[in-house]
Design a protein around this ligand. Structure first.
Ligand SMILES: Cc1cc2nc3c(=O)[nH]c(=O)nc-3n(C[C@H](O)[C@H](O)[C@H](O)COP(=O)(O)OP(=O)(O)OC[C@H]3O[C@@H](n4cnc5c(N)ncnc54)[C@H](O)[C@@H]3O)c2cc1C
Ligand code: SF4
Length: 559
């Protein structure tokens, strides 16, 4: 077994060092070195690292070495054909041609699916990567074209790009597209992800200089605006994307104000205890950070160019660019009449990525993956998690694809611990687990003053997450502790112990509604979302996938 890393592609994300630290190491800030002939015992970790590498720079030779590490190799007959003919001649349609859609397509072919494969994508582009859009592309250190996702294999698919799916008819198993065409399918994968939440005042949102950041076009426009040396940039909302934009502005030497309604940046994702530290980082780097403040108006000049922003504290700012980083909206509208269980938190599915219908019955022909999915997570008490992370999109897509062509007994649950990375003000912030599930946090290693530390999150005396600021080498150690729900606070001694490792309240608001900018939303049952329609077989009614009118309450029926 031999590893080859294409170092021209490598951008020093350090995902590999994070996931397989005995094989890959980062020297200095981002120089990668690795063991080209690693021990076979490292295979599982290497496979995860190869899957997680944002630029897909890692290759294992022979390629088969990657198979069988986590799951049996379908080509060697361990996974039975799902009814034989479906795998050979069935029709699979994937809606959403981004990272989850592409990786699912690749996995389907790896699993031996030789039938018809169609990818439908609203954007005109072939799949591209979003994380660099708020980092390297915005800073000008990577060209936009370099964000195209590398192809791991030939997928032999029919591409329908630049056309949106508008509705889904499960009775006839047909997908309706915006150009009036229809596509029949045997199995469908929904991977339509998110879009950015726009600035709510439509007139103000239409001013030149006001924008959101989700797509290639958004990133190109913002890059151009920043290159024009605006007097000041206003970032509205201090979630991950807002903070990354502010960081790039400072890197480019631009004056930037961050207006955040909550008490600190990153509060929905990391809690206020750690968010306060992220706030100090911003101030130290010259950001004009305004917390507990809302933007109440954006004002333009006679040409429709943004010129001024009014804040709830009574102050006003002279700004030419405003980035609304207000979180996201899940792309579920096209499924409104489908009868699937979908809503503001996405499309609900089981741990094997099979979509639920509105009556709570699991479908066996419709699967969900990526940012749009809302799935139960055994590690978090089987609560439903909606995860907006790059790594989650890949792992869920692979599980969904495998399950689409596998028999019941061969299916995989999606049990991956959520992981996230962000780079801000020269600091790499990484997270494993779900910090927002926590009630307490303890900084167990490193130094807050030096902005290199490791924080462990606990819920009711159990470890649920860990977050590192420039200390990601330790996170691997905490992942199994999260999986095992180890006692919190940790009972052992650490290297580089922090001076005060006492747990403090993590500082999350109770999740009463979808938060603006958390990248993992723990969602419970919301009675207001209940749309199931009970049927009465005695009255000749048959169960239907069609939901009752949105918002309609189910009538309780006496037996
Ligand atoms: C600027 C930015 C920076 C990020 N940085 C990080 C990071 O540092 N770390 C990290 O872990 N994650 C990061 N993420 C999140 C990560 O990119 C997402 O988790 C990932 O893109 C999710 O992939 P997806 O395929 O599920 O959905 P998406 O990437 O949202 O793709 C969904 C696709 O479906 C298409 N679509 C929608 N509706 C329809 C329809 N009706 N018909 C057809 N097609 C449709 C959309 O146009 C889109 O192309 C970042 C995201 C952004 C925007
Ligand atoms: S994850 Fe990929 S890009 Fe990052 S250091 Fe490793 S090989 Fe390089």
């Amino acid at each position: 077994m031999r590893i080859v890393v294409d170092l021209t592609k490598c951008q020093g994300y350090a995902q590999c060092a994070f996931l397989a630290p005995d094989v890959f190491t980062i020297q200095g800030d981002e120089a990668l070195s690795y063991d080209p002939h690693p021990e076979r015992t490292q295979l599982t970790k290497i496979r995860r690292a190869a899957a997680a590498c944002p630029v897909q720079a890692i290759r294992l030779e022979p390629p088969d070495a990657l198979d069988g590490a986590l799951h049996p190799d379908p080509r060697h007959g361990t996974i039975e054909d799902n009814g034989g003919t479906f795998k050979k001649t069935g029709r699979i349609v994937i809606v959403g041609a981004s990272i989850a859609g592409l990786r699912a397509a690749e996995r389907l072919r790896e699993e031996g699916f030789t039938g018809a494969l169609t990818l439908v994508g609203e954007e005109p582009h072939e799949p591209y990567d979003r994380p660099p859009l708020s980092k390297q592309v915005l800073a000008g250190s990577a060209p936009l074209e370099d964000t195209s996702l590398p192809r791991l294999r030939d997928i032999g698919a029919t591409w329908r790009l630049g056309v949106a799916a508008t509705s889904l008819d499960l009775a006839t198993k047909e997908l309706h597209l915006a150009d009036g065409s229809r596509i029949g399918f045997d199995k469908l994968l929904i991977a339509t992800g998110l879009r950015a939440r726009p600035w709510p005042n439509t007139e103000e949102a239409a001013l030149a200089g006001v924008l959101t950041l989700r797509t290639r076009e958004d990133s190109a426009t913002l890059r151009q605006l920043l290159a024009g040396h605006p007097r000041r940039v206003l970032v509205i909302g201090a979630g991950f994307i807002g903070c990354e934009v502010a960081s790039v502005c400072r890197e480019l030497g631009l004056p930037v104000t961050v207006a955040e309604a909550g008490p600190a940046p990153l509060v929905a994702a990391l809690g206020s205890a750690i968010g306060v530290i992220a706030g100090e980082l911003q101030i130290e780097n010259g950001v004009d950070l305004r917390c507990g403040v809302r933007v109440t108006a954006l004002q333009g000049d006679a040409t429709g160019q943004l010129r001024r922003a009014v804040l709830s504290d009574g102050t006003a700012l002279e700004v030419d660019v405003a980035v609304a980083a207000l979180g996201s909206i899940r792309n579920v509208e096209w499924l409104a009449d489908s009868g699937l269980a979908c809503g503001v938190w996405g499309v609900a599915c089981d741990a094997g990525c099979r979509a639920f219908d509105a009556n709570g019955l699991v479908t066996d022909d419709v699967f969900v993956a990526g940012d749009i999915a809302r799935a139960p997570q055994p590690m978090y008490g089987y609560q439903y998690l909606a995860v907006e992370h790059w790594g989650n999109a890949i792992s869920q897509a692979e599980v969904a694809a495998h399950n689409m062509v596998s028999q019941e007994t061969e299916r995989w649950p999606h049990l991956t611990v959520p992981k996230f990375w962000s780079v801000q003000f020269g600091i790499e912030i990484k997270s494993v687990g779900v910090p927002s599930a926590a009630d307490e946090v303890a900084i167990v290693q490193g130094s807050v003053t030096e902005k290199r530390f490791l924080a462990v999150y606990g819920y009711k005396g159990r470890v649920v997450a860990a977050v590192a600021f420039n200390q990601n080498k330790w996170l691997d150690f905490y992942e199994p502790l999260i999986e095992q729900a180890a006692p919190f606070p940790p009972q052992f001694h650490h290297i580089d112990e922090s001076s005060d490792a006492r747990p403090v309240p993590a500082g999350f608001k109770p999740a009463a509604s979808p938060t603006q900018d958390a990248t993992v939303v723990v969602t419970g049952h919301d009675p207001n979302e209940r749309r199931a329609r009970l049927t009465n077989p005695d009255a000749g009614e048959t169960p239907s996938r069609r939901p009752a009118e949105p918002g309609a309450r189910t009538k309780e029926r006496s037996p």
